[in-house]
Unconditional design. Structure first.
Lengths: 115, 111
């Protein structure tokens, strides 16, 4: 079974440019998460989707960050415009509601460098 | 949300048993204790989860005392490939959104 797929793995952009990250969750997983991870720190939740609905976006900086999950499957996270401080790894995870452990399955992440 | 405290780093040698303790004094009745492992350039991976007493799987054991204010992840006979960051999280089992990752414990296994 394929895991969570993210792209691109690496992205280098100039500040003020836009950038987008794509995530394909595990088939059948209704819950999708976007996390941000800074160097040396644990992941921080940005947004959580239940199917196509964003049920928790309280930590998403909405002035420059946006996300969507059309049709409740793939998701895209966008930053516009990017700032130097946005350099980090953006992790996507999915889980199956009702599964015993509530285990989150993470992708390999998209590493963003803003110059 | 229950806050967790774990050592910043630990060193070990191949073949040794490693025990990483996590403190969670404010754990709630419905909270489970979950451990994730993260290798460089990868996302975290679920290791083990428990509510009380002892849980064991093919990778690790989790020991939880009766008061549940702490827990210990035990890795038997570690190898170099166990070098990673280990996160202890506390939260309701089905609600991944409520899981808060701390800085984790960096485990370095040496030969």
């Amino acid at each position: 079974e394929a895991g969570v797929v993210q792209s691109p793995r690496y992205k280098i952009i100039e500040k003020k440019q836009p950038v987008a990250f794509w995530c394909n969750p595990i088939s059948g997983h209704n819950t999708l998460y976007w996390y941000l991870q800074n160097l040396g720190q644990g992941p921080e939740l940005l947004i959580r989707y239940e199917n196509e609905e964003a049920v928790d976006d309280s930590q998403l900086p909405k002035d420059r960050f946006s996300a969507e999950r059309l049709k409740g499957v793939d998701s895209t996270l966008k930053i516009q415009p990017a700032e130097l401080g946005d350099s980090a790894v953006y992790l996507c995870a999915s889980s199956l509601r009702g599964q015993d452990t509530g285990e989150l399955f993470f992708g390999e992440g998209s590493r963003l460098t803003v110059l | 949300l229950a806050k967790t405290t774990q050592p910043i780093s630990m060193d070990s040698y191949e073949g040794q048993e490693v025990n990483i303790t996590c403190s969670h004094n404010n754990i709630a009745t419905n909270d489970y204790i979950t451990w994730y492992q993260q290798f460089p350039s990868q996302g975290p991976r679920f290791i083990i989860q428990g509510y009380k007493t002892k849980v064991t799987n093919e990778v690790a054991s989790l020991f939880i005392p009766a008061d549940r204010k702490s827990s210990t992840l035990s890795l038997p006979r570690v190898s170099l490939s166990d070098t990673a960051v280990y996160y202890c999280l506390v939260g309701e089992r089905e609600y991944g959104n409520k899981l808060v990752f701390g800085a984790g414990t960096i485990l370095r296994v040496k030969s």
